[in-house]
Design a protein. Sequence first.
Lengths: 432, 229
Amino acid sequence: MKILSLIRSVLLSRKRNCIMISLCFIFTTLLFNLMIAISSDYINGVNYISKNRYDRTAIVTHTTSLKPLSAQRISDELKRQGVKCRMEILNINSSLMYSEQSRISDEYIKLLTYNLHPDNLSLYTRYEKDSFNVSGYTTEPSEYLDVELEGEKPDINKDYGGKIPVIVQSVSDKEIGDTVKGRAAQGKFELLVVGKYKSNEVWDLLLSPGDLLYNSSYYTDYRILEKSGCYTPDNRDFTEKQYENDDNYFHEHFCDVILLKTDDMFYAEFESRIRNTWSVNDEKKGDIIFGNPLFGVDKDTFSNDYISLLQLFPAFIAIAVVGSIGIVANGFLNAESRIKAAAVFRSCGANTSKIAIINTVCELVVMLFSTIVSFIILLIIKLIFGLNIINADSILFTALYLLILTVLISIIGNITLLKSKMLDVIRRYENQ
Amino acid sequence: MIKLENVDKYYNYHMDTEVHALKNVNLTINDGEMVAIMGVSGSGKSTMLHILGCLDSQTKGKYFLGEYEVCKYSSNTIAEIRNEEIGFVLQNFGLLSDKSVYENISYPLIFNPAVKYKMMKRLITKAAEDMLVSDFLKKPVKELSGGQKQRVALARAIVNRPNIILADEPTAALDKNTANDIMNVLINLNKNGKTVVIVTHDRSVAEKCNRIIELSDGEIISDKENIPA
Ligand SMILES: Nc1ncnc2c1ncn2[C@@H]1O[C@H](COP(=O)(O)OP(=O)(O)O)[C@@H](O)[C@H]1O
Ligand SMILES: [Mg+2]
C-alpha cells in the first residue's frame, strides 16, 4: 500500500515522460499493428488458399490415356500412384455443334474434326467462326472452385422447352436468356443460356477442352448433354486428340479431373506425384497420364494485391525501430531525474530491491498505459475508417514486442539506477 | 553511541586520483550529545558524516553504531539501520522539489516496515507540526523558501523518530535569522533526547553546540567541549 502510493506519486511526476513514451509507443504500435495485420492477412490468405480452398478443390488436372477413360480407371490409377484424394471428373464428354449459319458441309466438318491442323489457317478460321462446343460436366466448377456463377446451373429435372440449358464463360458475348441454334449428330438443337461465370478463371484454368473455341464454349450437366441426343461417338472423337507417331496412329483420350486433396497429404507431395506421371512415353508410369495440375486460384494474382503494401514493410520496420529506440532513449534521458529520486529514497532508507521494484513497476505501468491507449486509438481508427489494422495476430505479436521492450527498458533503467553511486548523486545534489 | 575507530577513508583508492579524505579518525559520540563538526571546505566533514550516516563506508577501521558494527552487515540491513536509527539532513535539502511537502516527509515511513499506511498521516502531520511546516503540507517543495525547505528536510529526518540526527551544513544556504531558527529547532531536538551531529564551516553555528570537533585535511585537530552562549 505504502509502496503503491509512492509508485503513484513517482508516476505522476513522470507525466510528461509518460506522454512522450505513450506517443512513441502509440506510433510504433500503430505501425507495428498495421504491418502485422497486413502480413498476417496476407499469410492467412495464402494459407486459406493453400489449405481450405485447395483442400476442397485441390487440383484441376488433365488426364490423358490411350484407352478410353472412365472414372473408375482414373481413380484406380490415382490409387496406384499413391495419390490420396477424392476425385471428381469435370469434363467427361464434349459435343461439337455447328451453327445454322455454317456454310461448311457436314461431311467437310467431319473431315475437319479428324484432320484439324493449325497449318490450315483458312479452315481454322472458318471452323472457329461457325462452330462451338458444348461440354458436359459431371461436377459444376463453381461447386468446388472459387468461381462465382451468375444465373443458375442447368437443372436436369427442369423443363427448358426442348432447349439445352447451358452456362457460358464470362468472356462470352452471350447473356443469360440468349439462345443459340446449332446442329450436331445430324440433328438440330437449341441452347438456352441460363448461367454465366463471373470470372475468367474458369476459362483460363479449368474449362479448356476447346482451345480453339474461344468465346464459344458452353457447359452443361453431362446427363443433359447425353439425354439431348446431340452427343454422339463421332462428336466425342473430337475430344480424343489424334497423335501420330512413327509406327502407328493412336487416339489420346483426355478429360479434366478435379482432385480433392485429403488431409494427410501435403500439397507439394500431391502435385509432384501427379507430375511424376507426366511423360506420355514412359511405359512404367501406367497408361493414364496426368498433365500439369492447374490451380483453382492463382496465388500470384492474390499476392499482387499485397505487393505494394509488402514493399512498404522496410519503411514500417524502420519507423517502428526508430520509435522503439526513441522509447529506450527516453529511458536514458530520464535517468538523471530517476537517479535523483532514487538517491533521495535511499537516503531515506530504501534498499536496492525496493528501488528496483519501484522502477520496474513504474516502467510497466507506463507501458501498460500506453499500450491500452494505443489499442484504443487503433480500435477507433478501425471503427471509423474501417481499416483492418488490428487483428488477433497483430495483438499477439504486439504484446510480445511490448513485453520485450518493457523488459529491455526496465533492465536498462535498473542498471543505470543500481550502477549510479548514490553518494555521487547526493554530492551532485549538494553542489547544485 | 557512535564510535569511529582508526577510520581511514580514501576516494579512488589505489588510483592516480586517490584522495585520502579521512586520516586515522577516532571519535566517540555519546547518546544525547549535540556535536558540531567544523572545518574548511574539503577538510572531510561531509565524508565523515556520510560514514556516520551509513551512506558511505570507510576504507579502513571500524564504525560502531550502538551495538552494530556497521561494515559487517549487508547493504539491505544497513539500509534498514539507516532508516530506523538515523535522520539525515542532506546539504541543499535533498528534497524532491516537484513533490509536495507531505510526500517528501513520507519517504522514510514508506521504507520503514514497522509503520503501517494508516499510521503515516498522523506521523507526518506530527513531524510537520513540530517543524512548523504543517500549513503547507500540500504545497510542492519548490514553492517554499529556503528556511521552509530546511524545516521540511528536518521534518523528514525526524518523522521516523530516529535517535540520531545528522545534518550536513543545515544553515549554509540560509540567511542569518533563518539559520538561527533552524539551529533552535536542532537544539530542541537535542533537548528532547536526540543525538545531533551537524557539519558546518560557520563558527557561530558551531558555538551553539555542546561539542566542537575540528577537521583539517582529514584529521581531527581539536575536539572540545563548548558551552553555548
Ligand atoms: N566521490 C569523491 N571522489 C573523489 N574525491 C572526493 C569524493 N568526494 C569527496 N572527495 C574529496 O574528499 C575530500 C573531502 O571532501 P568532503 O568530505 O566533501 O569535504 P567537506 O564536506 O569538508 O567540504 C575533498 O578533497 C574532496 O575533493
Ligand atoms: Mg561538505
